[in-house]
Structures are given as C-alpha cells and as structure tokens.
Ligand binder design. Structure first.
Ligand code: OOG
Ligand code: MG
Length: 264
C-alpha cells in the first residue's frame, strides 16, 4: 500500500468526519484514475475498520444531466456502506454533512451474484427487486468542484441514501417518469431513460466495473443506478420526495442546522 495514497484517503476521511471541505486534489496532487480508485478503496477500508458493512455500489454520471451539471464526461462507481442508509420518511441531520445535495435515482436489489461481462437481460434476471431512491451526495471538495480522479477518490461524493419500498421489477423500466419534489413543489423532472438510455445498462456497467476491481455484485447488495436529473442543494427544513411512475416514492426531510454550523 502506498503511504502517499493512504494519506490522501485519510485527508478525505477527516474532511467527511469533520464536515470540512478540502481543496480539490488535482490542484496540487493530481492522481491517475487507477490511483483514484485505490484511494477510494483505502477510504472505504477506513470505514470498514470502524465497523461499517458494505451494502452495495453506486454508479455516477450515468445521465447527461449529471455530467453537464458537474462538468465531467465519464461513468464512475463508488461503494456504499450501511452507515449511509437513511430510513424512508426520516429526518436527515444536515450538520453531519458539508454541503449536501439530493438527486432522484432508482435502486436495484441483487438476488443472484453478478460480475463481469453480462447483457441487459442477464443483469435484470439477477435483480430481486427495485425501489425508488434518493441519493444524498456531499463532495468533500470546496464548492463541489472536482475532476474525475478527484471525485472517484472521494468515493464519488457518496454520503447517504434513502431507499423506498422494494417491489418486483415491473415489465418495463426503460422509460418511467422520475420526479423530484422539494417542499411539495416540482424541482426536477426526468425519465429512467436518461440513465444510460435504460437503467439496466447501469447494472451491466456495475457488473463490469466491480469485476475489474476483483469484486462481484453480491446477493442482498443495492445498486444505485445514478441520478436521472441534476441534484438539488439541501437547506434546513426542506422536504424532499422522489416519485418514479410504476415503482413508487421515497422521501426525507432535513433537520434545522444547529447554530454553530450556520454561516459556513
Ligand atoms: C458525483 C456523484 C454522481 C450520480 O448519480 O450521477 C452521482 C457528484 O455529482 O458529486 O452520484
Ligand atoms: Mg447519484
């Protein structure tokens, strides 16, 4: 293990734990994509060493809306742990994050081990159920500014996720309306078709990418397919809901931020 990469992982971990943004690495510590994934692994190892458990993976930048919002041009994947799970309908403590945003997604629950080169039919056959989901992303970099290597090292801005009720895969998930509401008002609208043309392709990509890292999508794991629309910045007291036609909804509300965290 490279001490240099581990010290970068430590810096990112400290930033997340202390809710303090750091400068993007590419300014003075540019990383290759391969090294960025090594840093991500070291970062996740730190979480596992604290007792967290792997619960799945997430895809990032599977939609044009997200690529455009963040100014990047390739698919990325990150790792999810149980500490990131937030119950549907519950409160999110904003003080635990730096500058969190929410985005509407769909989540797959893996029923059968999936890894390597698979086609869309094989990928969907390995799925036990599907759910509407909200991802809470929180870049550890100032102003949410990063390049691909930066964001990969930062475990793809993973911070928390809210997964709605699981249900069997409906007949066709290729073009379902996805809506994000804030305080009861429409904020973002899209379609599952925005996710790589069809969200099954996110599963295909996840199976291929984890295999390159010597892993598999394991039964019981969650795969977040990536946001169908741009993300929205969270503010104290906000109520956030996703609705995916034919799949259902999921929601959370933001707590008020304690006084000492205000004005950051
Ligand atoms: C990186 C994470 C991207 C998605 O769904 O596209 C992502 C970020 O936007 O900070 O989770
Ligand atoms: Mg996401």
């Amino acid at each position: 293990m490279s001490a240099r990469l581990d010290s970068i992982a430590e810096k990112l971990d400290d930033a997340a734990m202390g809710q303090r943004a750091i400068a993007q690495l590419s300014i003075d510590t540019p990383l290759s994509i391969a090294d960025a994934y090594r840093v991500q692994n070291l970062l996740v190892e730190r979480r596992l060493a604290r007792g967290e458990r792997r619960v799945g993976v997430k895809l990032g930048f599977t939609s044009r809306a997200k690529m455009i919002q963040m100014g990047v041009d390739d698919l990325i994947w990150g790792q999810l742990t149980d500490a990131m799970l937030v119950g549907d309908g519950s409160h999110l403590a904003l003080a635990e994050f730096i500058h969190p945003r929410a985005e509407p997604e769909i989540a797959f629950l893996i029923g059968e081990r999936l890894s390597g080169e698979v086609n869309e039919e094989q990928a969907l056959a390995a799925v036990r159920s599907v759910a509407p989901a909200l991802e809470i992303i929180d870049s550890r970099y100032s102003d949410f500014k990063f390049n691909l290597a930066d964001v990969i090292a930062d475990n793809c801005s993973s911070a928390a996720l809210v997964v709605g009720a699981w249900r069997p895969l409906p007949g066709n998930i290729g073009n379902l309306d996805v809506r994000l509401e804030i305080d009861g008002q429409p904020a973002q609208a899209g379609s599952t078709a925005a996710i790589l043309g069809h969200p099954a392709r996110a599963l295909v990509a996840a199976a291929r990418l984890v295999a390159q890292a010597g892993l598999a999508l394991e039964p019981g794991w969650v795969v977040m397919a990536g946001a169908a629309t741009a993300a929205e910045t969270l503010r104290p007291g906000m109520r956030v809901r996703v609705t995916v036609d034919g799949i259902g909804g999921a929601a959370f509300s933001c707590d008020e931020v304690p006084r000492e965290k205000q004005g950051r």
